[in-house]
Design a protein around this ligand. Structure first.
Ligand code: PMP
Length: 465
């Protein structure tokens, strides 16, 4: 692992700091996108020397591309323990694209089952697609520790919700790990509970795939995951190719997501016949070959390193960070960090007392060269709950209009920008070390010490009057 830590692009990039000096960036924003594993790019470069369209079939370049593309599917299948009953589909637009597609597929495939259960900790990508397609979506609450901090999904509440909707329940959609607290969910237990009433289990693996071992298979067939989605940019590959791993039979008899070239057996002006083969049926058009190759090559390398080792390494760093951050007076960590670190990935969210999250994040970047993310992390209901803000429909949106982009948008009424509720998130990748954590902890301590100075420095000009 030590040798690998330097094999990522962007680690040595330097940026200007506000004091006129330059600094090598400390990248602590892996939960948004991991830095790229450049060794994987070197491997893919060899294949890309033969670049051609897979649909051309007979010349060498096309044959090589087709072979590498097939192999890319196999690597993904191996990585998540998929079997012959599953298909691996490359899609665009990451996990968001995958979950939107599967929400539609499962709704069309099982029209009598119009309820979806999801949880209070989901990213919008594992919530809104279900709301768009299902008749009803139930959000199951989370466990809370003695300090009132949210932990895993409340399994008793989940069981109650499953029982209450047993006949109508289509699937339970759950994240394998939260992008807000880093907490890992027992997805195979959840699959067992869903299967007991004939429902399915859909897993958002965006945040877990590169951090903890992940398998479609549980201890027995009842614990098997039915659908799982991943994104390239969350697993050290560039951009947002997405991948869906799902039971083949879930697509049976349905129209493909899109129709066009590459998936048809016959077309005349009256009719067209689409292949029954998967994944071809769901992968129309020219595939995003570099995206799929890089996603697969990266997974291959992660598999070779061993996800147990990767997870162990991240656990140690996370434990170190939690201990360091807990010792900082005026820093509040969200989520039940007293859980075993085995049940968390390397994500730590917090606020500094009396300091807006946007200010802290800007100072970390501008004065200390530390890249982190802030605001609601595309999980508004969860973040609002962690912050203790009402989730009443019609009340909250004005308070937390998370665009997952720049905040502090001017209110438009001449008043100074108003910060929206949120928090600061530090998250780790394989390249992070204890020195990065030390640097962040020192910076946060110094921000607390210099709070007034920083507040004045970043004060919006004018008060709107
Ligand atoms: N689910 C979780 C838990 C995530 O963290 C993210 C990305 N922040 C997504 C889904 C969406 O992934 P993508 O941006 O690749 O669509």
């Amino acid at each position: 692992l030590e040798a690998l830590r330097t094999a990522f692009s962007g680690l040595n990039t330097t940026y200007p700091l506000a004091d006129g000096s330059t600094s090598k960036r400390t990248y602590l924003d892996s939960a948004a996108s991991n830095l790229r594993l450049s060794v994987a790019e070197d491997i893919v470069q060899q294949a890309m020397a033969h670049y051609a369209n897979t649909h051309s079939q007979l010349h060498f370049g096309a044959r090589i591309m087709t072979e590498v593309y097939h192999r890319s599917h196999d690597i993904v299948a191996d990585f998540v323990g998929a079997d012959d009953d599953d298909t691996v589909i490359f899609c665009g637009n990451g996990v968001t694209g995958g979950l939107n597609r599967m929400a539609r597929v499962l709704t069309e495939q099982r029209p009598d089952r119009d309820v979806v259960i999801t949880t209070m900790m989901e990213h919008h990508a594992n919530d809104l697609p279900h709301r768009k397609h299902a008749g009803e979506v139930v959000h199951v609450p989370l466990e809370h520790d003695t300090n009132g901090e949210a932990g895993r999904v409340d399994m008793d509440a989940l069981q109650e919700a499953i029982d209450a909707h047993a006949d109508r329940l289509n699937y339970v959609a759950v994240t394998a790990a939260s992008n807000v607290t880093g907490i890992v969910n027992p997805i195979h237990n959840i699959a067992r509970m869903a299967h007991a009433v004939g429902a399915l289990c859909v897993v958002d693996a965006a945040q877990s795939a590169a951090h903890v071992p992940l398998s479609m298979q549980g201890n027995d067939p009842e614990e098997r995951i039915d659908v799982l989605c991943m994104s390239g940019h969350k697993i050290y590959a560039p951009g947002s190719p997405g991948v869906i791993v799902a039971r083949k039979d879930l697509f049976a008899g349905l129209e493909p997501q899109e129709v066009g070239g590459g998936i048809v057996e016959f077309v005349d002006t009256e009719r067209y016949v689409v292949t029954d083969d998967l994944p071809e049926r769901e992968e129309t058009g020219t595939p995003n070959l570099p995206g799929a190759f890089l996603l697969a090559a990266t997974l291959y390398l992660l598999g070779r390193i061993g996800m147990d080792l990767v997870a162990e390494d991240e656990r140690e760093l996370t434990q170190y960070a939690l201990t360091k951050f807990e010792a900082i007076e005026g820093l509040h960590i969200y989520g039940s960090h007293r859980l075993e670190v085995a049940e968390r990935i390397g994500v730590v969210t917090f606020n500094l007392e009396g300091l807006p999250h946007g200010l802290v994040t800007a100072i970390l970047n501008d004065y200390y060269g530390i890249a982190v993310r802030n605001e609601c992390f595309c999980a508004q209901p969860f973040v609002r709950q962690l912050l203790g803000i009402s989730d009443e429909r019609g009340v909250a949106p004005a308070d937390c209009t998370d665009t997952c982009g720049p905040e502090d948008a001017a209110a438009g009424d001449g008043a100074p920008p108003r910060e929206q509720p949120g928090m600061v998130r530090i998250s780790f990748g394989l390249y992070n070390t204890k020195e990065d954590v030390d640097r962040a902890a020192d910076a946060l301590r110094s921000i607390i010490d210099r709070a007034d100075e920083f507040r004045n420095m970043y004060e919006p000009v004018g008060d709107g009057s």
